[in-house]
Design a protein around this ligand. Structure first.
Ligand code: GTP
Ligand code: MG
Length: 452
């Protein structure tokens, strides 16, 4: 339930039965000051040594082993149980061993006195619990900010001129073979068995005189709307590599149909906002008929990646590497493009002149100027009035107009609308940093205690 709330997905199993989530699920965390990844686990019975509960416990421990922070969820309605104490002890050991934060949260706290619910769990010695209601969304944002406080804001200190290229795709499509081919040696293990690569590996590459960092990743699959790991390797490392990259090469296998799996991985990449180049691998030894059919099939099924270039390659023979890198360079340049305010505003004016934004009731939204709000992916922020009423389809039209005007190939592009409702709207809204918010909240709780 908390997972669904954090990732804003609805289809993970939710029912009032213990033990429904059996595998680990992965998703993009939303609604906080910064992006993060969430791993959901099943109920945790650390002392059971066989059967499904034991399998679930193994999944949980695997998640704990790959996480950067642990949230221990207890049930406020049920109250503190002996089981909670055992789990708390186990998680404390793991968290301390790995030097990662462990945060305890009391769920189902809606309509209850916060101080009373958290008090009894305080004795677990995991610090002051955060009271939440996952079902109602209460306290959830605070919980995440409390976790994020432990992670300093990422500084952009890395050398942004060296493109980081993540090679991503289903298991066994030939990612490691491609990496080896490019670096010209058996740098990573490639083998005809899904699950060969178990961790992300960063490898420097000089290709035609230019420097890159390649990231070989573990093949991932996905079930429903969330990623899952049936194998023991680290899905989260692959998802992090996508986040960390400038350009993702989505590698597909020409000998297999495009599946939902590929589309799901592509969806995750899109959500991350990363630039994409599609590589259809294993193009060697295919007859012309199969090639034609495969190409049109892939084109059709991956139409939502229409901004990305597609190449046929053979990692085994080294065919198609130079064109692939041309597109990688192009996508990198587009993702990092600097777009000046006058040019953006001119492009915006041209777009609105060709197609006015539709009326919203009696008013027509007024777009005044545009500036760049970020890169990787490029974000275009439009200022004006009445922008709340602009339809999504019109936003997409604007996206396409900017993409065409600036010839941005290979990267997603985001358009944000900022309405000026009042004279202060152009000023930055007062946003507290996570630690300030945290302090404020702790202060509030202390206040309540004092006067209770
Ligand atoms: N015919 C052909 N076979 C290939 C090609 N690229 C890779 N293979 C074969 O596909 C198999 C899997 O290759 P890997 O490079 O290990 O695949 P991977 O995507 O890294 O797999 P995981 O690490 O398990 O996700 C190996 O047997 C390779 O020899 C290619 O271009 N053509
Ligand atoms: Mg591999």
């Amino acid at each position: 339930m908390l997972f669904n709330r954090l990732t804003k997905t609805r289809d993970a199993l939710v029912a009032d039965l213990p033990g429904l989530t059996r595998d680990r699920h992965y998703g993009h965390g939303k609604g906080a000051s910064r992006p993060y990844l969430v791993v959901d686990t099943g109920g945790f019975e650390p002392v059971v040594t066989e059967g499904i509960l034991h399998e679930m416990a193994k999944q949980t421990l695997q998640a704990v082993a790959e996480a950067d922070a642990i949230i221990f969820v207890v049930d406020g309605r049920q109250g503190l149980t002996p089981q909670d104490k055992i789990i708390a002890e186990r998680l404390r050991r793991d968290a301390q061993g790995r030097g990662i934060p462990l945060i305890i949260t009391v769920n189902k706290a809606e309509g209850m006195n916060e101080d009373v619910v958290v008090a009894e769990f305080h004795e677990l010695g995991l610090g002051l619990p955060v009271a939440i209601s996952a079902a109602h969304g209460e306290g959830v944002r605070q919980l995440i900010e409390d976790v994020l406080v432990h992670f300093p804001e990422a500084e952009e200190t890395t050398d942004e001129s060296t493109p980081k290229i993540a090679i991503v795709g289903r298991p066994n499509v030939g990612k490691s073979t491609l990496v080896n081919r490019l670096v010209g040696e058996e740098r990573v293990i490639a083998f005809d068995e899904p699950g060969t690569t178990r961790d992300s590996i960063y490898i420097p590459l000089n290709f035609h005189g230019k420097d890159y960092t390649l990231i070989d990743t573990a093949g991932i699959r996905r079930k429903g709307k969330v990623f899952e790991a049936v194998e023991k390797f680290s899905v989260i490392k692959t998802l992090q590599a996508i986040e960390d990259a400038h350009v993702v090469v989505l590698l597909l296998d020409a000998r297999q149909e495009v599946s939902d799996q590929d589309a799901h991985i592509a969806g995750f990449i899109l959500e991350s906002g990363r630039a994409v180049v599609v590589g259809i691998n294993k193009w060697d030894n295919l007859d012309d008929y199969t090639r034609e059919r495969t190409k049109s099939d892939f084109d059709r099924k991956l139409h939502f990646l229409d901004f990305a270039r597609m190449h046929t390659v053979s990692a085994k023979d080294g065919m198609g590497m130079a064109p692939l890198f041309q597109s990688i360079d192009e996508a990198f340049a587009a993702a990092m493009a600097k777009l000046s305010t006058p040019k953006l505003t001119r492009a915006m004016m041209a777009a609105t002149a060709a197609h006015q934004p539709p009326m919203n009731g009696l008013h027509r939204p007024k777009l005044r100027y545009a500036h760049q709000g970020g890169h990787n992916p490029p974000v275009v922020v439009i200022h004006g009035s009445g922008l709340d009423g602009v339809a999504d389809s019109y936003v997409r039209y604007l996206e396409n107009s900017f993409r065409t005007a600036f010839k941005l190939r290979g990267t997603p592009l985001r358009v944000q609308l900022n309405s000026a409702h009042n004279p202060y709207a152009d000023k930055k809204p007062q946003v507290l940093t996570a630690s300030q918010e945290n302090q404020r909240r702790r202060g509030r709780i202390r206040m309540k205690r004092k006067y209770a």
